[in-house]
Design a protein around this ligand. Sequence first.
Ligand code: BG6
Length: 526
Amino acid sequence: MPDPQPSIASALVSTLQDHAASPRSQCQLDRASPPCVVVVFGATGDLTSRKLFPSLYDLHCLGSLDPRACIVGVGRSPMDHQTFRHRMREALEQAGVEQLDPWEELAPRLFYCAVDVDGGEGLDALRSLCQELDDTWNIGGNRLYYLAVPPTAYETIATALGQAGMSDEAQGFARIVIEKPFGSDLATARALDAAIHRHFAEHQVFRIDHYLAKETVQNIMVLRFANAIFEPLWNRRYIDHVRITAAESLGVEHRAAFYEHAGVLRDMFQNHMMQLLSLCAMEPPSQFEAELVRDEKTKVYRALRPFPVERLDEHLVLGQYGAGMIDGRKVPAYVDEPGVAPDSATPTYACMKVFIDNWRWQGVPFYLVSGKRLRKKHTEITVKFKEVPYSMFRKVLGEHISANTLILSIQPREEVILTFQTKLPGPMCLRTVRMEFDYNAGLQRAKVDAYVKVLQDVLLGDQTLFWRQDSVELCWGFLTPILQECDCPDKADKSDRLYLYRAGSDGPQEVRHILSPATMQHGTML
Ligand code: BG6
């Protein structure tokens, strides 16, 4: 008897295993990074202990950190090297790092230097320490400055480094890493950039968007451009609409001071949502190279159709969460969170309809949805194809046949799903089935945290996964009209267009003004 046919899912997984077992020559070889003094400003802060140091340690364990690389923590308070080492060791334990044997090799290359950048104190000591380490470990002048500090300190630190001659690349590289937000609107983004560019050239500036380092986000370009079957359909002729959702069940947590001024548009749309949009909509670059990839993204941002300010309601719904239940637990309304003004009109949810004015996408709406305290955490991109042009089954099945959907699920599930029609056994009747690829199935190497990838790329000087300033400015420019609407000083005006939604729900009902039933996700608004 012949072997039974493998199911579609198992066929897919075995294909993946075949590939995973294939020679490494098919993969980009892991490149060793050059020696460097990594200077972390904000060394006593949360980001350093939760993310940066554990990621640097991971790089060390993976053998991707040069054995001469030194790490210098910088903070305001005085501390000796030993105490800093002790703190970083605790940070690893708290981050749940299990493999602590390689710690002994890295610990002697950890240092601390107290610097008060505002008061202009300690920078000479930092420069001397870096030079001393450079001489001792033969580092060749390479420096990486990671600004794990509030964005208000970026300009001061970049200026201080420049004035101290520490941005100079005469001997080795000098790279500066900053995290979003890059300004709070177009004008402030330009001002920040001008200040940084006074001392650092664009090739030295690494603007992080941690979404770009997510494996499943990187996979978007691979899915589109390493397969022949998707790209011919990836345009206005076959695609009805695209929906990009980044829903969170978490609330504002302890970040009210920042979030009250940012709101969801600055916090999620100006950066992560725009990156997901450009990855879905960009043209294939001629090479997988930083400038070429970033050029294509920039072209998408240039083609964004400006919002019609007089008809904003047809393109934008804003919301703010009220009290509700998440995972069976009562949670407070946004306005009752610590640090939030009781009459705050800051949006915690937005749904926008965006068009891209170019040949490929003319007339295809992109729906961008993101919010806090929604029913569940999930980030996904849904590409809804058009219905068949004519149904030969119309007499038996009626006029409509459900259209194909391609779902790129970014997190927490990491999968690609294609839905299509099949026949049910028996009389002519259709059912929608799913072909699923689980990103983690058959993987033979451990996945790394997004920060590990980001740090490795900075050390290698690869800017592919980082924002370029022209794109930053284009996105701020695009969002400016709606930011102005949201930022208007009269709170009463603002709350007119701010709809309350229950925590744990799918967001404000008014989103139906924008999302038609056809655009609902699995029949819901999320
Ligand atoms: C950050 C935002 O950039 O991204 C947060 O500031 C948000 O408000 C977070 O919660 C979401 O990231 P992730 O990786 O959990 O989807």
